[in-house]
Design a protein around this ligand. Structure first.
Ligand SMILES: Nc1ncnc2c1ncn2[C@@H]1O[C@H](COP(=O)(O)OP(=O)(O)OP(=O)(O)O)[C@@H](O)[C@H]1O
Ligand SMILES: [Mg+2]
Length: 339
């Protein structure tokens, strides 16, 4: 199971739209997807799904006896797609923040209950960098930024990223939304270094706004639109993430049997890096290097992972070390598995 929260520093970048349409695309690929409306202040996802009057996430976190199934609804007309709406009640919200203060284990238990009924959990977070936002973001294993490729949205994304990293959240990368032109390669490279990767670009299409107002799903109404093709590409990228997740238990088994297997440690590091879990990946590369100090590949992989964390100086010294061990080997900007 993979749980991804869609976030942005600035409001209105398209988080709800992206979560809903990606959910529909992944469901149409046969994946079981659960959408979670964690925007407890505006709950647009619940409105789009015609579920604004129903019990939902706020109730789950304020009533520990409430079974999850009482808050799970089918998204009409989309097999495999379900949603947990979010009821708005300021009274409940206030109670929730009091109740949840320091209760990480309760939130984790609720999340694991939610994830039992789906392969992918897509969480629609509110905008900004408030406590509620980080609460919603941390419900996912990783967060995915949604932003227009312009200065205001990107600055919001940067601010979010700084705070999120500080509290130990991991990023998948960024989705450029509402693109009127293809983002320049230089911007993509920069964003890749800062946010992990550019997961995809969704073009501007005014019919998103119409679909939003009619409470219909763009991907379903306009399957042939270029934006729907982009959504499918992103859905496939997220599916691949799921496969990396699936690979982890078998790597762990190999390491358990042979704790000195440097290649297994390296491959676990690469898998974690591709999943955006950079800090854990670094520990694996350090273990590989401890076992095989002259493994140029592991030094390069460590360098790439440090770059993802914006630790440019430390990354450079790893690349230099890889180069010193193997001068013929050009430094790669991607981590590499050892087969
Ligand atoms: N690719 C797109 N092209 C054109 N319009 C879009 C696109 N994506 C989203 N929109 C429109 O932008 C508006 C805001 O989208 P949405 O509500 O999904 O953003 P949000 O980030 O969830 O907002 P909030 O921060 O308020 O939660 C909506 O009217 C939506 O239809
Ligand atoms: Mg929203």
């Amino acid at each position: 199971m993979v749980a991804i929260s869609f976030v942005s520093g600035k409001g209105g970048t398209g988080k709800t739209t992206v979560a809903l349409n990606l959910g529909a695309a992944m469901a149409s690929m046969g994946r079981r997807v659960m959408l979670v409306d964690a925007d407890m202040l505006t709950h647009s996802l619940s409105i789009l799904c015609h579920l604004e009057e129903e019990k939902g996430l706020t109730d789950l976190f304020t009533n520990s006896d409430l079974p999850i199934k009482n808050t799970v609804f089918d998204v009409l007309g989309v097999p495999n797609l379900q949603v947990i709406p979010s009821s708005i009640s300021f009274g409940l919200l206030a109670r929730m923040s009091r109740l949840l203060n320091g209760k990480k284990s309760f939130v984790a238990r609720r999340m694991s209950e939610i994830s039992r009924s789906a392969e992918y959990v897509l969480i629609d977070a509110p905008a900004g960098v408030s406590r509620e936002v980080f609460f919603a973001a941390s419900m996912g294993d990783r967060y995915c930024l949604v932003a227009e490729a312009g200065p205001a949205d990107l600055e919001g994304a940067l601010v979010f990223n700084v705070f999120a990293r500080r509290i130990g959240l991991d990023s998948i990368g960024i989705i450029f939304n509402r693109a009127r032109t293809a983002p320049p390669e230089s911007l993509k490279t920069l964003c890749k270094d800062i946010f992990g990767q550019v997961v995809g670009t969704i073009p501007f299409d005014i019919r998103f706004v119409e679909a939003f107002e009619e409470r219909s799903i763009f991907y379903q109404r306009y399957p042939e639109a270029p934006a729907s093709r982009s959504i499918e590409q992103i859905a496939r990228a997220l599916e691949r993430l799921g496969r990396y997740d699936e690979a982890l238990p078998s790597l762990d088994r190999t390491i358990e049997l042979k704790p000195d297997n440097a290649n297994a440690w390296n491959n676990k590091g690469v898998t974690l890096e591709r999943l955006g879990r950079y800090n854990e990946a670094l520990l694996c590369f350090d273990r590989t290097i401890e076992l095989k100090p002259d493994n140029a590949n592991a030094w390069n992989n460590k360098g790439v992972t440090l770059t993802r964390l914006n630790m440019v100086k430390e990354a450079e010294s790893c690349f230099a070390k890889a180069n010193e061990i193997n001068p013929k080997r050009a430094h790669d900007s991607e981590t590499a598995l050892v087969l």
